[in-house]
Design a protein around this ligand. Structure first.
Ligand code: ADP
Ligand code: MG
Length: 243
């Protein structure tokens, strides 16, 4: 479903930085891959390249057979197929929940309002928020906002879902409700790439864990292997700090 070859990304401001160093990886359809690594290791930059929020200097990204970096005019189409959920929810503050979930469906997917709203209600039910359709983001808890953000992404029928530390900004009591939604999505067969520090989630849900450091993939493996038996010193050091 995803194939990345020799991806390189630089930032030039405030100083030259090689943020992604020749990253290559594959994600199969229905696979759940968790990315871990220290702050600043390039995890977000990598996800952002996958849906072209960042444009890399070199390399290839193929998602569902489409060359993401060559497609010039279809950027909204690519973002529709590669859903992304951010740490800070990023809902439109001036729109209610229903409007948040229907707008891109109508603009990008060209759905009629009724069809978009039916889909929105179906997804709100799925994330347990059917009674919040008319609420504004500011009237919701962090966990509820994040579940709306997930529903909004799913409304586009993405082929892949990217999650960038989706629970990092949440109070502890709300982390579970968001992870539960992600877990059921994984069980339904969604292809997912998840940056998270929730090692319980990684152990339970991930098919594979990738450890990144300093813009490189240092090591990857099935969760039990990588967590219990890391090969690389840097992985051991990192796991020692967080586990
Ligand atoms: P992570 O998500 O693993 O914490 P990031 O991908 O956010 O790491 O960042 C990787 C490196 O790239 C960091 O050194 C960060 O400061 C730098 N970086 C990220 N975004 C930008 C940007 N827009 N401009 C300049 N440097 C950036
Ligand atoms: Mg990040």
């Amino acid at each position: 479903m995803i194939e990345v070859r020799n991806l390189n990304k630089f930032f030039y401001v405030p100083h030259k930085l090689h943020a992604l160093k020749n990253i290559s990886c594959k994600v199969k359809q229905g696979e759940v891959v968790v990315i871990i690594g220290p702050s600043g290791s390039g995890k977000s930059t990598f996800l952002r390249c996958l849906n072209r929020l960042e444009f890399p200097e070199s390399g290839e990204i193929i998602i569902d057979g489409k060359n993401v970096l060559q497609a010039k005019k279809e950027i909204n189409q690519i973002r529709a197929e590669v859903g992304m959920v951010f740490q800070n929810f990023n809902l439109f503050p001036h729109m209610n929940v229903l409007e948040n979930i229907t707008m891109a469906q109508m603009v990008v997917r060209k759905r009629k309002r009724k069809e978009a709203e039916d889909k929105a209600f179906m997804l709100l039910k799925k994330v347990g928020l059917q009674d919040k359709a008319r609420a504004f983001p500011s009237q919701l808890s962090g966990g509820q906002q994040q579940r709306v953000a997930i529903a909004r992404s799913l409304a586009m029928d993405p082929k892949v879902m990217l999650f960038d530390e989706p629970t990092s900004a949440l109070d502890p009591e709300m982390i579970g409700e968001v992870l539960d939604v992600m877990k059921s999505l994984a069980q339904e067969g969604m292809t997912m790439v998840v940056v998270t520090h929730e090692m319980g989630f990684a152990k339970e849900v991930a098919d594979r864990v990738i450890f990144m450091d300093e813009g490189q993939i240092i090591e990857e493996g099935i969760p039990s292997e990588l967590f219990l038996n890391p090969k690389e010193e840097r992985t051991k050091l990192f796991l020692g700090q967080i586990l």
